[in-house]
Design a protein around this ligand. Sequence first.
Ligand SMILES: [Zn+2]
Length: 251
Amino acid sequence: MYIDAHAHIDVKEFDQDRDVVVNECKILIVNAGVDLNSNLRSLELERKYRNVIAAIGFHPEFIKDKEQEILKSLELTERARIISEIGLDYYWIKEEELRKKQLNVLELFLQKAERENKTAIIHVRGGMKDLLSTLPSYKVRFVIHAFEGSVKDAKKIIDLGGLISFPPVLVRDKYRQEVVKQVELDYLMTETDSPFLGPEKNTRNKPCNVALTVKKISELKNVEENEVIEKITKNFKEKILASNDRIPFPQ
Ligand SMILES: [Zn+2]
């Protein structure tokens, strides 16, 4: 079974063919909420599809326009098994004050993750230094989604007990390929970030494209695709779902 550890299939881009997209390969999809509405839709999708897991969060890009949705989103975490999308985005958000707010919100969600024993799947663009100094204060399992950092950053994440996750953009991104080569399979995760970060520019990405990430990882590391699939599934069960077994892992 493929694992898409981070996708946004609740968005309108999938309104026409969501049923097909969710079922066109054997896959488990984590749908990450980015604001209050998408958090609610994420929970709905989990109810509707047996291979979708809801994640609840608040995307750091929305710190300016949707601040009033943060508290309600925080309240929803107890209804989900995973916490996402949360994190730091210093690429789109340049104002110092707003960056501080992002960090505050991130910490609020990390507190919930620790208290509720849930894995946090984290977005980080440009804020790696702040993230690395924040994470050690919390006893949480975590994944860095759509990792775009250096090999050095990847090693730091792994030292802190985290996983790093790659979307299909990997097939056209030499920099990320180099990181994958340097990191053991034990610490890798696959995702799509659908409808973004696809194998081709400006086309809709979809969960089953995770097969392309798997294929690329298998080439880069010179191991069979099946071995990659098995390892990623194992990482997901043991390091993301972990003891959080209220709902059994779908077969
Ligand atoms: Zn995302």
